[in-house]
Write a protein that binds this ligand. Sequence first.
Ligand code: HEM
Length: 236
Amino acid sequence: MTTPLTTAEHDAEQPKRPVKVWDLPVRLFHWALVAALAISWWSGEEGNFTVHFISGHVVVGLIVFRVLWGVLGSQTARFRDFVRGPGAVLRYARRMFGSEPEYSVGHNPAGAVMVLLLMVVVAVQAGTGLFASEMTYAFVEGPLAPLVDSGTSEALTSLHKSLLFNALLALVTLHIVAALAYLLIKRENLINAMVTGWKTLPAEKAERAPRMASPLVAAGVAAVAVAVAGGLYAMT
Ligand code: HEM
């Protein structure tokens, strides 16, 4: 009697072909976010608030863009496509630590939890920055700080500088370790896919190539994001 193949073994036996999985807006969002967060970290540490306010508003614009793109964008970018229930995440987590590649077309269920957490923490980090103030040596405040009393602004500043920032650093570290583990242990290069947009997948999965949204929709969504972030920056 022959033992039935696992999904991973079945996938491994199939011929593979390249499929476009990430559109340009998602890739630009990702690498621009990495750059803007690095600049925000450096400028915050240096007390260079001219640069910090610009990079912080770029982060706000990127998050506005990604939230709208998660509703109007390409199939793999849509929250509806990659947000799964706890059951699917747990089932995936049980087999995630094996050495076989997973061949997910978009985010896998565990990766989806990680990227959602990253998006939320980045959004709250940038959001608290809008209400933050520094009134001891630099005398600067975020554009929305005048809307709250000084005690609230101080509390949000403290969250922005310590707890949230440390949580973000921890999540980013975990995120990078996970991407490297997929590369080194499962031999699945998710990083290359986030750079080029393409993955090489088993034929069965490659048949269902994700639908890509129109660049015109991306331009409209980008215009809204620039208007929101630019409007907030103009208030500083
Ligand atoms: C500040 C640092 C970083 C942040 C905040 C961050 C955040 C994110 C977010 C939000 C996504 C989801 C993208 C989307 O659906 O639009 C993502 C995906 C991804 N990131 Fe990062 N990222 C960071 C750094 C990195 C670095 C340095 C690497 C490479 C080593 C990396 C590799 C990836 C990969 C491979 C994916 C796709 C995961 C998948 O296939 O499901 N990220 N990241």
